[in-house]
Design a protein around this ligand. Structure first.
Ligand code: EPZ
Length: 424
């Protein structure tokens, strides 16, 4: 439940950013490639991490969670079948397919689920596994993939679409394939370079991660040798807090983050009139002087370093409060604007041009409503909308927010937002 600030700018203090969901889930999947236990730190306490831990336990790994540290011992893995029930709720489960196939020679997994933001096919993964010599069969929405005798072989893979998880899954698989693999048109997201650094420190030979061409010389199972891997900060959480600060801060600092990873958002907001001071690991936002208008801007979501689709929904909330007309073009996912109907119910002026394009006119004051979070990022956007609205809002289905953000209500309360969790 949220009591809105009715447009007042009162948030102050420091809000630290947790470790990145979309980095830690991949490091967890990578543990399958190891011959010894893997220790991850700065792990956020979020539902998706618990689901990935359950998937790994289901394979036979031992997963121990202590505070923000996670130890995964892969030595007990005997199964190569990824649990159906959990996978259907977690898109990141598909990243596990690459390492299981590479390490054990076969893998079975269902079509992965996740958010309701589009059809989310996995054709690119399957084409990639075939290029490494594997055979793919499908029965009852279950994929069965088998490596050739003697294991996966290095291959030349050109992705026809830039895909984050396909780049990661194939990079992981190639780490244990025989010979050299080259990934062309790979995704550039910082989580990929971060994953490659972790693997390289443990014996992998990956070059070019973070660029469009990645080469991997396959080898033996990796070894962590007791070294911990610290999860990078979550750039989407940082960006979402930055938007909240732009709308409601008196003087708020977002700490433990890497502003460089959200440079595009920082630049857009700064040009729009938001008072931002970015350091190396923190961003400070101060309220604009009285009477100063914040301006709108157009966005077109794009692969990194372009405008992240995961920041699109919170940014739309900002644009409802900014002066003028702003156009938003969601180019990555087909159904990632449906949530805007609820913002309209709160008072936003949004015209839907087509399923991937909207026009926003602002500023339009928002009023509290009962809302149901449809996915992680739209769920947090609703929370931001509720904090700046007039009156009370109730957000149902907070599981979606808990999937990606650790104890969000406590952290927002600590900087002055009136957010409480109501058990139902
Ligand atoms: C990752 O999803 C993230 N998920 C998403 O975050 C994020 O929105 C997305 O990248 C884009 O940045 C994880 O890292 C777990 P894609 P992913 O494959 O890898 C099409 C969140 O909120 N495609 O880069 O699934 C696909 O349909 C989530 O944390 C194919 O056509 O996204 C989309 O249009 C949501 N065939 C485009 O590629 C395929 O085989 C890019 O998606 C694979 C993808």
């Amino acid at each position: 439940m949220v009591e809105g600030l009715a447009g007042a700018r009162t948030l102050r203090g420091e809000i630290p950013v947790r470790g990145a969901k979309n980095a830690v889930l991949k490091a967890m999947a990578a543990s399958v490639l190891f011959a010894d236990p893997v220790r991850l730190t700065n792990v956020p306490n979020i539902e998706d991490v618990s689901r990935m831990a359950e998937l790994l336990s289901g394979l036979g790994a031992t997963v121990t969670h202590r505070g923000r540290a996670l130890v995964i011992d892969p030595r007990g893995i005997r199964s190569t079948t990824v649990d159906r029930g959990i996978s259907e709720r977690l898109r990141a489960s598909v990243v596990l397919a690459g390492p299981i196939l590479a390490r054990f020679g076969s893998v079975s997994f269902p079509h992965p689920g996740g958010d309701v933001i589009g059809p989310r096919p996995i054709d690119i993964f399957l084409t990639g596994f075939r290029k490494l010599g594997a055979r793919v069969t499908v029965s009852d929405r279950h994929y069965h993939i088998r490596a050739p005798k003697g294991g996966l072989r290095g291959g030349d893979i050109f992705f026809n679409i830039v895909s984050v998880t396909a780049t990661e899954s194939l990079m992981l698989a190639a780490t244990l394939a025989k010979g050299r693999t080259t990934l062309w048109n790979a995704a550039l997201e910082p989580e990929i370079a971060h994953l490659a650094e972790f693997l390289n420190r443990s014996g992998a030979r990956i070059r070019g991660a973070g660029t469009a061409t990645i080469t991997i010389d396959g080898g033996k199972p990796l070894r962590a040798r007791g070294r911990a891997h610290r999860t990078m900060p979550d750039r989407i959480e940082a960006g979402s807090f930055l938007i909240l600060a732009a709308l409601a801060a008196k003087d708020l600092s977002i700490t433990d983050c890497e502003p460089e990873h959200i440079r595009i958002l920082v630049e857009l907001l700064r040009d729009a009139g938001v008072s931002i001071t970015a350091g190396k690991t923190s961003i400070r936002v101060r309220a604009p002087r009285r009477g100063k208008r914040l301006e709108g801007f157009n966005i077109r979501t794009h692969e990194y370093p372009g405008f992240a689709t995961d920041l699109q929904a919170p940014t739309v909330v900002y644009l409802t409060q900014a002066a003028g007309q702003s156009a938003v073009f969601e180019t990555i996912f087909e159904n990632r604007l449906n949530y805007t109907a609820d913002l309209v119910r709160m008072g936003a002026d949004i015209t839907v041009w087509d399923p991937q394009r909207i026009l926003i006119k602002g500023p339009a004051p928002l009023v509290g409503r009962e809302l149901e979070g449809p996915d992680i990022r739209a769920g947090l956007a609703y929370l931001i909308a509720a904090i700046i609205a007039k009156g009370r809002s109730v957000i149902d289905n907070v599981y979606h927010i808990d999937r990606g953000y650790e104890r969000i209500e406590e952290r927002l309360r600590a900087v002055g937002a009136d957010v409480t969790r109501v058990e139902s």
